[in-house]
Write a protein that binds this ligand. Structure first.
Ligand code: CUA
Length: 226
């Protein structure tokens, strides 16, 4: 979960989010190098007084400063494509969870296990317990096993919503009439918070997502008590 003064990415809780953070840092490094180089060149251009009266064209330098940036961009493009395909890969999921966006709450279906289904509403501030997180906690949390491949099917019942969990690197739109798919693997136990991220109406900010990541035997216990 994001807390005070955290303006960067949240700590990852899945291997894919870890890769996303690595890619972010890699892209940022290239960006800083370009900014410094261009900044230096512009600075020097402003303050130099030399004039070459016979300069008409420079084929060679133009070749260099056209091809070189293109090559540099490939160092962003290829890792980006690698991640894109990695995120899309489905790896024999052991649990499938269907989440349906509504105005303004999520509902969930565990169709693998006697069709458990429930709604998940945000807890209003005046009903919040002292250890609860305002605008982020829900009445019915999703419980999912850690160290397992999990598939999420996302759809919506009214308008477009988006099922987004930053710590897991998951962000999938729920669109009426469509069934989108994503997957993740949680490598630690804990609570992972998310929010809808499609502007879906007046209470868009008030349909959070909470995942309880638990050991698999706890999950089996939870699922058999439901
Ligand atoms: Cu649902 Cu924004």
């Amino acid at each position: 979960m994001s807390t005070w003064a955290n303006l960067g990415l949240q700590d990852s809780a899945s291997p894919l989010m870890e890769q996303l953070i690595f890619f972010h840092d890699h892209a940022l490094l290239i960006l800083v190098m370009i900014t410094v180089l261009v900044g230096y060149l512009m600075f020097m251009l402003f303050f130099n007084n030399y004039v070459n009266r016979f300069l008409l064209h420079g084929q060679l330098i133009e070749m260099i400063w056209t091809i070189l940036p293109a090559i540099i961009l490939l160092f962003i493009a290829f890792p980006s494509l690698r991640l894109l395909y990695l995120l899309d890969e489905i790896n024999e999921p052991s649990v499938t969870l269907k989440s349906i966006g509504h105005q303004w709450y999520w509902s969930y279906e565990y169709s693998d296990f006697n069709n458990i289904e429930f709604d998940s509403y945000m807890i209003p501030t005046n009903e919040l317990s002292t250890d609860g997180f305002r605008l982020l906690d829900v009445d019915n949390r999703i419980v999912l096993p850690m160290n397992s491949q999990i598939r999420i099917l996302v759809t919506a019942a009214d308008v477009i919503h988006s099922w987004t969990i930053p710590a897991l690197g998951v962000k999938v739109d729920g669109t009426p009439g469509r069934l989108n798919q994503t997957n993740f693997f949680m490598n630690r136990p804990g609570l992972f918070y998310g929010q809808c991220s499609e502007i879906c109406g007046a209470n868009h900010s008030f349909m959070p997502i909470v995942i309880e990541s638990v050991p698999i035997n706890y999950f089996i216990k939870w699922i058999s008590n439901n």
